[in-house]
Ligand binder design. Structure first.
Ligand SMILES: [Zn+2]
Length: 231
C-alpha cells in the first residue's frame, strides 16, 4: 500500500489508508516522540547496552522513500546486547530531518540501525547526525557520497561500512517503548536513542537532502510512557 510524507497520504492520514495501518496505530504506542532529559528517569530501571560492530559489506537500496543499507546475507556479525538480550543488525536507513527531538531540538538527519532478536523482537538504535565537525564519523565509517545517493544506491551498490564508527563517542542513551515510524507502524519496538550526535560532512549532508527530501514522521503523543536515560 503506497504512503507518503506529503499530500493526501501524509503521516496524519496513514491510518486511513488501510486496515493494517489503522490497526498498527491503534494497538501500540507510537514513535517518534519528544525526549526530554529533565523528565526522563535516571538511576532506575537501568538497562545495559553493548555493541559489537565490525567492518561489514552492505548492499544499498532505495525504498520507503529513503536509502537503506542491508548486510549481505549471512553477515550477522553486527551484534547489540540490550539488557543481556542479543539483537542482530539487519538494516540501516536515514530520516530527514530527525524524527525524534531531544530537549525540544530537531537535527538535520536521524540514522536508524534496525536490529532483531532471534524471537523477532525489534530494537532500533537511533543516532542524530549533524554537519560540519571533524572528524566526520560517517566518512570514517566508509559510508560515502555514492552510497547515500538514491540514484546510485537504488541499483544495489556494494559498500563496506565500519558500523562502530557511525556511533557518537559518548554513549549515553534514552530508552523507551514505541513503534516503527513507517507504515505499518507496528510495535512494540525497543528504542535506544543516543543523546549525543555523530558527524557528517556538510556537503555530503546537503547532497543527501537534495536527493532524498523530507522523510520524517511528526512527533507522536507520549501517552502513559516512561522515558529512561542511562548514566
Ligand atoms: Zn526509521
Amino acid at each position: 500500500m503506497d504512503w507518503y510524507y506529503e499530500g493526501e497520504r501524509r503521516p496524519e492520514n496513514w491510518k486511513n489508508i488501510c486496515e493494517a495501518f489503522k490497526k498498527a496505530e491503534n494497538e501500540s504506542l507510537q514513535s517518534p516522540i519528544q525526549l526530554c532529559e529533565q523528565s526522563a528517569k535516571k538511576n532506575q530501571y537501568q538497562k545495559t547496552m553493548n555493541t559489537r560492530y565490525h567492518l561489514t559489506n552492505f548492499e544499498t537500496s532505495f525504498f520507503n522513500h529513503t536509502v537503506h543499507l542491508t548486510p549481505l546475507s549471512g553477515q550477522e556479525v553486527n551484534v547489540l546486547f540490550f539488557n543481556h538480550k542479543r539483537y542482530i543488525l539487519d538494516d540501516i536507513h536515514f530520516h530527514l530531518p530527525s524524527e525524534h527531538q531531544i530537549n525540544h531540538e530537531s537535527f538535520p538527519l536521524e540514522m536508524h540501525l534496525v536490529h532483531r532478536s532471534k524471537e523477532n523482537d525489534l530494537l532500533v538504535l537511533a543516532i542524530m547526525v549533524i554537519p560540519n565537525k571533524e572528524p566526520a564519523n560517517l566518512e570514517k565509517s566508509r559510508l560515502d557520497s555514492l552510497a547515500l545517493n538514491p540514484r546510485v544506491s537504488g541499483r544495489g551498490l556494494l559498500v563496506p561500512v565500519d558500523v562502530a564508527k557511525l556511533l557518537p563517542i559518548k554513549k549515553q542513551f534514552f530508552h523507551y517503548t514505541g513503534s516503527l515510524t513507517t507504515p505499518p507502524t507496528i510495535g512494540p519496538v525497543n528504542w535506544v536513542v543516543f543523546k549525543n550526535q555523530t558527524y557528517m560532512r556538510k556537503g555530503l549532508l546537503q547532497a543527501f537532502k537534495e536527493n532524498v527530501g523530507k522523510t520524517n514522521r511528526p512527533l507522536q503523543p507520549l501517552g502513559n510512557r516512561t522515558i529512561y536515560l542511562s548514566e
